[in-house]
Design a protein around this ligand. Structure first.
Ligand SMILES: [Fe+2]
Ligand SMILES: [Fe+2]
Length: 264
């Protein structure tokens, strides 16, 4: 059995602290073979920098995926090109720096393909079709030797995520949603074996509006003028999912993880 942890959007310093303080214990207690996370909000709540990526990888994460905020900081570009453990959405228009999937070796020696896609509903970035790109992405991961296949689908709406899950059922190991920062309670195995969760949630400050301090966000809604948002530090909580795969790479179980509080 291969046991994989996937963390929902790691948000700012609070999210990085949660990873460094809780991941080693989780690895041991759960007998994890691989630990992955969406890291598009790791740097101050928006984007990823090489320093923040190093912090998360040093804390024990094996792979980091991205989303709509991935390219916020330009210094991420050389990192994406140099480090195969850090990926960005595969359906960004080519040419695009970095890679849309990676092959990682789990503790039990199995090869895990980890891919990343972005949804198009309520997202005004120009993106290739995530459904068609998913099909080629799975083929590329298998061709590169992946037995277990996992895709982080970074998307806004439940309908787009659930549709992609049914579309890929029987062809992919696990489809795990990110981007909303709110964990859903629908972890399940679909009829043809795909492990699915609409949204893995957020590893960060939950006393917030999806990571940011409420005051400035509320002001923006009240006045219609944008205010500069600040990352919250309130109510740290690590959220994600644990998926088990059998020797053929088929998912056998999926459950959500939610660990409140920051241990000393
Ligand atoms: Fe996010
Ligand atoms: Fe996002």
């Amino acid at each position: 059995m291969t046991r994989v942890l996937f963390l929902g959007d790691v948000f700012a310093g609070t999210g990085r602290l949660l990873v460094s303080r809780r991941l080693p214990g989780l690895m041991a207690d759960e007998g994890l073979d691989l630990a992955l996370a969406n890291a598009e909000n790791a740097a101050g709540g928006v984007g990823l920098t090489p320093g923040c990526a190093r912090e998360l990888l040093d804390a024990g994460l094996d792979g980091l995926s991205g989303g709509n905020h991935t390219f916020r900081h330009q210094e991420v570009v050389p990192l994406l090109e140099a480090d195969p453990r850090v990926i960005r959405p595969a359906n960004l228009p080519e040419p695009c720096p970095g890679r849309g999937f990676t092959i990682l070796e789990a503790r039990d020696g199995r090869k895990v393909g980890f891919g990343n896609l972005m949804g198009r509903v309520y997202n005004n970035q120009p993106l290739d079709c995530p459904f068609r790109r998913a099909e080629t992405l799975i083929g590329e991961m298998r061709e590169a030797g992946a037995l277990v296949t996992i895709i982080d689908f970074h998307a806004e709406t439940t309908s787009e995520k659930i549709s992609l899950a049914h579309f890929l059922d029987g062809r992919l190991g696990a489809l795990l949603g990110t981007h909303t920062h709110v964990q859903t309670s629908d972890a399940r195995i679909l009829p043809n074996g795909l492990a699915f969760l609409t949204d893995a949630g957020m590893t960060g400050p939950h006393g917030s509006v999806i990571g940011m301090r409420p005051a400035e966000v509320i002001s923006s809604f009240l006045t219609g003028r944008l205010h500069r948002f600040k990352a919250s530090k309130d109510d740290p909580c690590l959220e994600g999912a644990i998926v088990d795969f059998d020797g053929q790479g088929a998912a056998t179980s999926i459950r959500t993880v939610s660990l409140r509080g920051l241990p000393e």
